[in-house]
Design a protein around this ligand. Structure first.
Ligand SMILES: O=C(O)C(=O)C[C@]1(C(=O)O)C=C[C@@H](O)C=C1
Length: 291
């Protein structure tokens, strides 16, 4: 049995996504309360793989998780896939009127609340928010509170697990709300090959080199290497100092990419490779954890 660490408790989007990607029979899914614990457990060998939500259609990059990936453990990215984040309002349905007429407080993860901004503003304009570490933690709190005026935003799985009602279904602002997940670990997961390979790097520019970013981008451009993402994050060492997080649609095994990286290093950039891995996209055929 391979152990898969995910942001718990059971019923989070991460839990659903982990069960979608890794086959149930041969994997044990282990919940952790914090993303930093997911990384730590994978680094110290308690878990074989850690599941990390990294980017969302509505909210963009999960910046805190990028920072953990870069700063905490040095674990490489071993694969990525996409999973739909379907959020629902979960609580205790009131006996009459709208099922969520009595809701005064909504508990959830910041990302999930942001994904449902339009629904909350139009249907529950005066509610108070409480932020917790995951969607399912919010659902569990609602279950424990016995208070019908408190609701959570979370998955259908979590509503079923904690025995609560779906007060409103699929409440995200856009229907195509997907999350890109990566898996970190010391080894590669045992999977079929993917249609696309990716490499993720971190580039720190030299301080005294005007036009360095332009040079970096042109090293990729003239080789016709596609970058699917570029994002700057603060180095946290000095105000105004940033590194660039880049997703490249190419394996490190191809000749072109190492040559581009050498060219970038030659102008004084520091390049760190965060992983070169298969990208599975949205594997519709295995939805429901049949991997
Ligand atoms: O709280 C959860 O359910 C999670 O799995 C975490 C998380 C995230 O932080 O990005 C994952 C995907 C969802 O879009 C919302 C929340």
């Amino acid at each position: 049995m391979k152990r898969i660490a995910f942001l718990g408790p059971e019923g989070t989007v991460s839990h659903e996504a982990a069960r979608y990607f890794f086959a149930e029979g041969t994997h044990e899914f282990v919940p952790y309360s914090l993303m930093s614990d997911v990384f730590a457990a994978t680094a110290d060998g308690t878990a074989h793989f850690g599941v990390v939500p990294i980017e969302n259609t509505i909210e963009g990059s999960v910046k805190h998780h990028i920072d953990l990936l870069v700063e905490e453990t040095g674990l490489p990215i071993q694969a990525e896939w996409v999973y739909p984040s379907v959020q629902n309002l979960i609580g205790r349905a009131s006996a009459e009127g709208e099922p969520y007429a009595s809701v005064r407080k909504v508990v959830s993860k910041d990302v999930a609340i942001a994904q449902c901004h339009d629904f909350l503003r139009s249907r529950l304009p005066h509610v108070e928010f409480e932020y917790v570490n995951s969607t399912a933690e919010g659902v569990r709190l609602v279950k424990d509170s016995d208070d019908p005026s408190v609701a959570a935003i979370g998955t259908r799985t979590s509503a079923e697990l904690y025995g609560l009602d779906l007060l409103a279904e699929n409440i995200t602002d856009h229907d195509n709300n997907y999350t890109r997940f990566i898996v970190v670990g010391k080894t590669k997961p045992d999977m079929e090959t993917a249609g696309q390979d990716k490499t993720t790097i971190l580039v720190t520019l030299p301080e005294d080199y005007p036009g360095a970013l332009h040079q970096v981008l042109s090293a990729f451009a003239w080789r016709r290497i596609n970058l699917s993402k570029i994002e700057s994050r603060p180095t946290k060492k000095k105000l105004g100092n940033y590194y660039f997080y880049m997703d490249i649609e190419m394996s490190l095994d191809t000749v072109l990419l190492p040559a581009a990286l050498q060219e970038i290093e030659a102008i004084g950039c520091q390049v760190r490779i965060l992983g070169s891995y298969p990208s599975y996209g949205y594997r519709k055929s295995i939805q429901g954890g049949e991997a």
